[in-house]
Design a protein around this ligand. Structure first.
Ligand SMILES: C[S@@+](CC[C@H](N)C(=O)[O-])C[C@H]1O[C@@H](n2cnc3c(N)ncnc32)[C@H](O)[C@@H]1O
Length: 268
């Protein structure tokens, strides 16, 4: 199953890809977004915690030779990876969160409730803490809280979809890792560089929204503080107020895109 990149044109436009510019794709997956960046004349550093994804991306990006560098690591090491590889300055950073189609389709990875398989669900298959660990060892109330956080009450989506998503978020510590990586993105991006984040569920989107809001403000003191005592300075300018969502035709062609939301900011 080939992964169809979500919000592809919108993400490339938001990154403002320029000839010879350097871009980090923190979730390179099967290389869909990375290919488009390369086609627009950029160089790409692609990161993915899943060695299988790196294998796919390596095959996809082969025609671009040294313009594409791939590394099998967690994006929480973003700053260290860029400095180790001398990949600086960075003109844009992309996060396209969630999972790749090949991960969902591979029964033994345990991401889908449509296959009979062990509950693994780790983006990094060498991780020992799996969804089975959670289901079999967490006390009942903690398990219930983990699911309720992500399941909510919404409409037509199969409840198992959200339950599996909740487990996946917990196993991969997705929110915690995203928080760490977003902070590092601020250090890595050059002034004028773009930060583009595509999320697929409201917990992730809220985290990105709060981070962008905080980092686009000069002072974070409580409203009635007479003089600023926090000394915070804005590091980001919001390029899109709110979110960019997929068009109706994209959702029709690729139903997986239905819950995507993209936020865009610029390093100042
Ligand atoms: C939606 S896919 C990316 C698809 C890609 N944009 C494309 O067009 O082919 C998300 C990818 O992020 C990877 N990923 C998830 N958490 C990660 C983390 N903490 N560090 C690095 N990669 C991660 C997953 O393994 C998966 O391959």
């Amino acid at each position: 199953m080939i992964h169809t990149p979500v919000l592809l044109n919108e993400a490339i436009e938001a990154l403002q890809v320029k000839l010879g510019g350097q871009y980090v794709d923190c979730t390179v997956g099967e290389g869909g977004h990375a290919t488009a960046v390369l086609e627009h004349g950029g160089r790409v550093l692609g990161i993915d915690t899943d060695p299988q994804a790196i294998k796919h991306a390596r095959a996809t990006l082969l025609p671009y030779g040294k313009k594409a560098i791939l590394i099998n690591e967690d994006f929480t090491n973003l700053a260290d990876i860029c400095s180790r590889l001398g990949f600086e300055p960075v003109s844009g950073i992309l996060f396209d969160l969630g999972m790749s189609s090949f991960q969902l389709a591979d029964a033994k990875r345990g991401f889908s409730f449509q296959h009979e398989a062990p509950l693994n669900m780790c983006f990094n298959p060498s991780q020992e803490f799996t969804a089975a660990t959670i289901v079999n060892t967490f006390p009942e109330d903690e398990l219930a809280a983990t699911v309720v956080r992500a399941v909510g009450k919404r409409g037509r989506i199969h409840p198992a979809t959200r339950t599996f998503q909740a487990l996946r978020i917990a196993v991969n510590r997705e929110l915690e890792r995203l928080k760490v990586a977003l902070k590092q993105a601020l250090h890595v991006l050059e002034v004028g560089g773009r930060l583009v984040v595509i999320t697929f569920h409201s917990l992730e989107d809220r985290l990105v929204k709060d981070f962008f809001r905080r980092e686009s403000q000069d002072c974070l003191c409580p409203p009635r503080t007479p003089v600023c005592i926090c000394g915070h300075h804005a590091t980001l300018k919001l390029i899109v107020k709110g979110v960019v969502a997929p068009s109706r035709s994209e959702i029709q062609a690729n139903p997986r895109s239905r819950s995507a939301k993209m936020r865009v900011a610029e390093r100042i």
